[in-house]
Design a protein around this ligand. Sequence first.
Ligand code: PLP
Length: 393
Amino acid sequence: MAQGGAADVPSLPQTRSIPFSKPLLGEEERQIVLRALEEGALGGNGPYTSVLCQTIQALFNVRHAVATTSASDALELAMMALDVRPGDEVILPSFTFVSAANAVLRQGGRPVFVDIEPESWNIDPDDIERHITPATRGIIPVHYAGLGCAMERISQLARAHRLWVVEDAAQAIGARYAGRYLVTFGDCGCYSFHITKNLTCGEGGALVTNDEALAHRAEVIAEKGTNRPTFLRGQVDRYTWVALCSSFILSDLLAALMIEQLKKLDEINGRRVALWQCYHTELADLEAQGRIVRPVKRPQAEHNGHIYAFLCADVGRRDRVLAALNARGVGATFHYVPLHSSPYARRHGLYTGDLPVTDRVSASLVRLPLYPELTAEDQTYVIESVYEVFKGA
Ligand SMILES: Cc1ncc(COP(=O)(O)O)c(C=O)c1O
């Protein structure tokens, strides 16, 4: 192990404790949850869920929304609604959360892991193209950090090869690309309302789509394979079993909480983007010194400040940098461990070769604390800590 530099000596006394993330929840959320409780609005697909779905549709300009228990479930729902079958191949990045891969596998499909772009850390369209075969059915682009993937190229590839596109927008609520909300490029998109996301109800998510037939299949699958949603709209006089499915619906109590969170979309995203920009500006010198590599934002991408991350130029230093930041009370952390070379992928024949950019980004990435209530003083402390840790490294 290389010696020298503050990163090797995490010995400064810890003066602060700055968490990595913290949701912004206030009196409004408390009030609406209490009201829903008093009204007994606990089950799924109740009045609050209906308002939540209508709000999502209006805010993000989509025709249909199905509230789910998580983005993982929304992705499973998408794979079921798109009828992924054994032998079908689905292309996705290795540098992502495991949910999309699980969703494909649970249908008997085969996730095909491809590399990411060195600048955007998003799925590489050239590598998508290289991996398309006669068995390919779809692509799952993941908008990492709320920064949109190269959607023009991906949509073009999908059209040329008759593939569907499911946008994993777990991190991308409110983010746009070329003036359009992410989730509106693909056949459908999946949001997460997990506690670490910009807006949260603890655990939750949504599948959104402009495709009416897909929306109908999704709402039936989410409701245990019954046409209960049609019944709730008064379109049939009883509901029954119509398909083989599961249960993915969100509790109305959590839907109520999400309604209040969505009212804070601009406030939360605006604050996060300002903090993101501050990190970006203040860390420019460290990049100029060759110590780190900052994220590159495509001009078309209007992000939501979900993550601020940088790469350590010296890949081998990353864990020591994290340890030194943590020792200073800065809740910095790593991110995805590549899926293509994971124990599960290797055991199940999904490892088909190295993905060099994925491996390098995964081994060198550092995420910094970012949440709406991060004070200017604490952010300055984080930035100064980053400089200190790299000083002399
Ligand atoms: C890109 C991505 N997709 C899916 C998920 C899963 O989200 P959920 O926890 O809502 O299932 C996550 C969670 O971190 C994620 O980062």
